[in-house]
Design a protein around this ligand. Structure first.
Ligand SMILES: C[N+](C)(C)CCCC[C@H](N)C(=O)O
Ligand SMILES: O=C(O)CCC(=O)C(=O)O
Ligand SMILES: [Fe+2]
Length: 458
């Protein structure tokens, strides 16, 4: 392991410890260069210290042990150039600070002296070694240091991932994967979960439909199925087994499911197992027709709304609305707070919550404006009318006839679904999967384990 010489220079008002490769230069030469070079004091704002042209991580060329933290030389203008000591110590990943069986923090953060400092900070080839004033020793890889100096947090991987908005046209070539590949090697699972992130839905073709259990196993390749008051893995026909229009043969407009839970289901799946004439129906009613499925890209619709009517977009992204499921005896489900139709994280769309049949009474505006209800009902209805009109545009509606063997799995936080009315007995099975469990599977099947672990704990 190449080490570096540490140079120490007492300058007016501060001590800088410069470390630099074992260079032929003498200590005084190196320090003179650092303390006198204009660029050192005001590094060129566009000096990119974190990524070289090849995109390879280029570590800071020097580090300094400052009273309030570890300072890194030549930070890019908007980069942070000091990592606080207490924060660094709290994020020590050494074998004793992290439970090696569970990867959970293994010490009491607040037993660390609030004024903990480094007695020594050593720039090594792959990162920084810190010797603490309490005798502990930590090591911080450059990848860790770079992540927190450039953006202050790790990327969550999802928001930086490519999304392709769809419209009616996708019906002619919907994203699909083969059942055998999903049930086989990890790559099939990676491909399927990636398509859901990218397009918002995927068809898993070649899925056995003689035994619904095969569909259940397919879903469990992603994660465990979420239990709700409808049960877990569902297998339903229009028999009103549950007091909800899904259990009828009525047409259903584009909607997202489970708007009435604080956390709506992340994924939803439908596998049409059969569609047969109603038993005992006379010749005329011997129909088994209709029941076409509708998919609408809610993020695409939100983008159009924002472009066409920014005010309406802001209204739907701001005013909290009540949602409910209350048709079944002794069951009345509603979120802990009013949620808006469109939710973002920063400027990034995160979730569409839209089921006009399950929407409760719209809160009227309140002078206090508490909980975003300052927006009038009229303004909300005007915005929602525009939203509804976009959802119903021919170019937005992707109509697909489900068929046995092809399982539809979609992102229920993004893609709305619906169906046309139908005759006969139409049997569908499927399930809900939690958002975070889906994202975990997508990460672990598409990225290397270290990157995934870094994105959540390092
Ligand atoms: C049959 N299955 C359990 C999938 C749906 C049950 C009804 C879902 C409800 N209308 C909603 O929009 O959430
Ligand atoms: O029957 C269908 O195609 C879907 C019904 C529905 O919206 C649901 O089950 O959530
Ligand atoms: Fe639904």
């Amino acid at each position: 392991m190449k080490s570096f010489r540490v140079f120490r220079r007492a300058l007016p008002g501060k001590v800088i410890w410069a470390v630099s490769p074992r260079s032929p230069l003498s200590a005084s030469t190196v320090l003179r260069r650092i303390s006198t070079s204009a660029s050192y004091q005001n590094p060129a704002p566009n000096a990119n210290v974190s990524k070289s042209d090849s995109g390879r991580l280029v570590p800071p060329s020097a580090i300094y042990n400052r009273p309030d933290g570890l300072q890194l030389e030549t930070p890019v203008e908007e980069n942070r150039n000091v990592l606080p000591w207490f924060w660094l110590r709290d994020n020590c990943r050494c074998m004793s600070c992290v439970n090696q069986d569970t990867m959970q923090r293994n010490f009491k953060t607040f037993d660390i002296p609030a004024d903990i400092k480094a007695s020594e900070a050593i720039r090594e080839e792959t990162g920084v070694r810190v010797k603490w004033s309490d005798g502990h020793e930590s090591f911080y890889p450059w990848g860790f240091i770079n992540a927190y100096t450039t953006s202050g947090r790790r990327s969550n991987l999802v928001n930086s991932h490519e999304r392709i908005y769809f419209g009616a046209e996708i019906a002619s070539s919907p994203p699909q994967v083969y059942y055998q590949s999903v049930m086989g090697a990890k790559q099939g699972l990676a491909d399927m979960t990636n398509k859901i992130i990218k397009y918002g839905f995927v068809f898993v073709t070649g899925t056995p439909f003689d035994d619904p259990e095969k569909t259940k196993e397919l879903l469990e390749r992603i994660a465990f199925i979420r239990e709700t008051h409808y049960g877990g893995f569902y297998d339903f026909t229009p028999d009103l087994a549950m007091a909800d229009t899904a259990y009828t043969n009525l047409a259903l407009p584009a909607h997202t499911d489970t708007t009435y839970f604080t956390e709506p289901a992340g994924l939803q799946a439908f596998h049409l197992l059969s569609h047969t004439p109603a038993p005992g129906a006379d010749k005329a009613a011997q129909a088994a027709e209709g029941g076409k499925s509708l998919l609408v890209d809610g993020f695409h619709a939100a983008k159009i709304l924002q472009e066409e009517d920014p005010e309406a977009f802001n209204v739907l992204a701001t005013k909290g609305v009540l949602w409910h499921a209350s048709g079944n005896k002794d069951i009345s489900i509603t979120p802990y707070k009013l949620f808006p139709v469109i939710e973002r994280y920063g400027k990034v769309l995160q979730r569409i919550r839209w089921n006009n049949d399950d929407r409760g009474v719209l809160p009227l505006d309140r002078p206090s404006g508490w909980n975003n209800t300052a927006i009038s009902a009229t303004a909300w209805y005007d915005a929602a009318r525009k939203w509804d009109e976009i959802l119903r545009r021919k170019e937005m509606e992707c109509w697909i006839q489900l068929k046995p063997g092809s399982v539809l799995i979609f992102d229920n936080w993004r893609v709305l679904h619906g169906r046309s009315a139908f005759e006969g007995i139409r049997r569908i099975c499927g399930g809900y999967i939690n958002r975070d469990d889906f994202i975990s599977r997508w990460k672990h099947s598409n990225f290397n384990e270290q990157l995934v672990h870094n994105s959540v704990r390092g």
